[in-house]
Write a protein that binds this ligand. Structure first.
Ligand code: SIN
Length: 275
């Protein structure tokens, strides 16, 4: 397995390995790479839906997404699809998946199935690098804080997606979500400190209202997105990206209007988070 950085502080490109065959020490090496760098993109993969599901089960388990359409034949696979006549895409704002669950998903395995002729890249930002770059004063201010996360304003019948041309394809709009997590978590496997608030799903600090929380939240959101902690995954046929939701935020760029893009996503089970 050969890795090349996508950017100095975020992401790697991996060659020389077929995910469909990876297990044992090779799978452990893949896990460590993703925990450390946040996201890895694997090129030239021969990765059927059956391989996708089997690999996710070897990794440790599947969290079925409550909202996205599911693949007809393979309900473990969520379909992240934008049709040529649609304007809105799924995941087109900075977020980390499932932070609204008390035990959030560890990460996702995203497989390129249909790509636009150009565009449709996915941006990632590394939350360990973001935390490290905070001033000592800001680190002291957020030490010990917890924050509330929910997805209700995004997926509910009057939420953000319902107002778009993506709304009718979503499931689970009646669900209620809510979770509380430390603002700074320790990665469950590397021990690295990570900033764990995100633009899409973090609403307020525990003990403060949304209005009281917004100034500090916005300061943290801005700090999370400096250019030097970001990387870009440029998709190609046969590309598979695996990311760690604790370590990264991501944002699916919506710059390919008039063209189809379809990705298959499996969300990997995670563990409770702690400071
Ligand atoms: C997502 O999981 O948020 C979608 C990512 C992508 O389509 O690139």
């Amino acid at each position: 397995m050969h890795t090349t950085p996508l950017a100095p502080k975020c992401g790697v490109e991996v060659t020389g390995i077929q995910l469909a065959e990876a297990q044992g020490d090779a799978l452990d090496a893949i896990r460590q790479t993703i925990y450390q760098h946040g996201v890895a993109v694997f090129r030239d993969q021969d990765f059927s839906p059956e391989d996708h599901i089997a690999f996710a089960k070897r990794w440790g388990g599947i969290d079925i997404n409550n909202y996205f359409p599911l693949e007809d034949e393979y309900p473990e696979i969520a379909v992240v699809r934008k049709k040529p006549d649609q304007e809105t895409n799924i995941g087109g704002a900075w977020h980390t998946d499932h932070s609204y669950d008390q035990i959030p998903a560890m990460g996702s395995i995203l497989v390129a199935r249909t790509l636009p002729p150009q565009g449709g890249d996915t941006l990632f930002a590394h939350m360990g690098a973001a935390y490290d770059a905070l001033s000592d004063e800001l680190k002291a201010e957020i030490a010990g804080l917890e924050a509330f996360h929910t997805a209700d304003h995004v997926y509910s019948p009057d939420g953000a997606y319902a107002k778009t041309d993506m709304g009718s394809e979503l499931r689970g709009q009646e669900l209620k979500t809510g979770a509380t997590h430390p603002v700074v978590i320790r990665h469950p496997h590397t021990g690295r400190k990570l900033l764990y608030v995100n633009y899409a799903f973090t609403i307020n600090f525990v003990g403060k209202t949304r209005e009281e929380s917004l100034p500090l939240l916005q300061q943290l959101f801005a700090a999370a997105l400096t250019d030097d902690n970001q990387c870009r995954v440029e998709w190609a046929p046969g590309s598979v990206a695996i990311w760690d939701n604790r370590t990264t935020w991501h944002n699916a760029l919506n710059d390919y209007h008039g063209h189809a893009r379809e990705m298959h996503r499996i969300t990997l089970s995670g563990e409770a988070l702690a400071a």
